[in-house]
Design a protein around this ligand. Structure first.
Ligand SMILES: [Zn+2]
Length: 167
């Protein structure tokens, strides 16, 4: 999954709003962040464990523990852990990935059908933004801004599906 991860983070803010949005955005792409870090620091390179079940659980526990330590709130920690877990769960819809390091690969691999992936992720982005807009603390939701953000996210998703992944 590509922009859909951020859609999930924005939607999750409705329940996790005491936390900074950037923390939710990071949690939603935890395994990708780990891969990026491992690219910079070879000591972290664990041979593609990030998008396996052990990697997903590790990411969820890491983000939940960090949230519990910083914010001292078990419910928020659980929510952030689930958000981090959603990354790999939804990636299994769009990709084929090993279940454990060097294990068998599985996944729906919607990337192979760009329109199907585009529609799924556009729906996730739309739903996420609708939930975000309904957060009770957003007194004057800037609707034009949210529509603009949704349009940008869906446009980036389209570039991914039909330009980058299509090459
Ligand atoms: Zn990923």
């Amino acid at each position: 999954m590509y922009m859909g991860h951020f859609g999930i983070a924005l939607g999750a803010r409705r329940w996790l709003r005491p936390l900074p949005l950037v923390w939710l955005l990071f949690a939603s792409i935890a395994p990708d962040l780990y891969d990026a870090l491992a690219g910079l620091m070879p000591a972290l390179d664990t041979g593609g464990i990030s998008h396996t079940l052990p990697g997903a659980v590790g990411a969820a526990i890491s983000f939940a523990l960090a949230t519990a330590l910083i914010y001292r709130n078990g419910t928020l920690a659980l929510g952030v852990g689930l958000l981090a877990l959603s990354h790999t769960a939804t990636d299994y819809l769009t990709s084929r990935m090993p279940v454990w390091p060097d294990g068998p690969s599985t996944g729906l691999y919607l990337y192979a059908t760009p329109w199907a992936d585009f529609l799924l992720e556009s729906a996730v982005i739309t739903l996420g933004l609708l939930l975000y807009a309904r957060s009770p603390d957003l007194r004057h939701p800037a609707r034009a801004g949210l529509i603009g953000m949704g349009a940008l996210m869906i446009a980036l998703q389209g570039v991914w599906n039909f330009v980058i992944a299509g090459r």
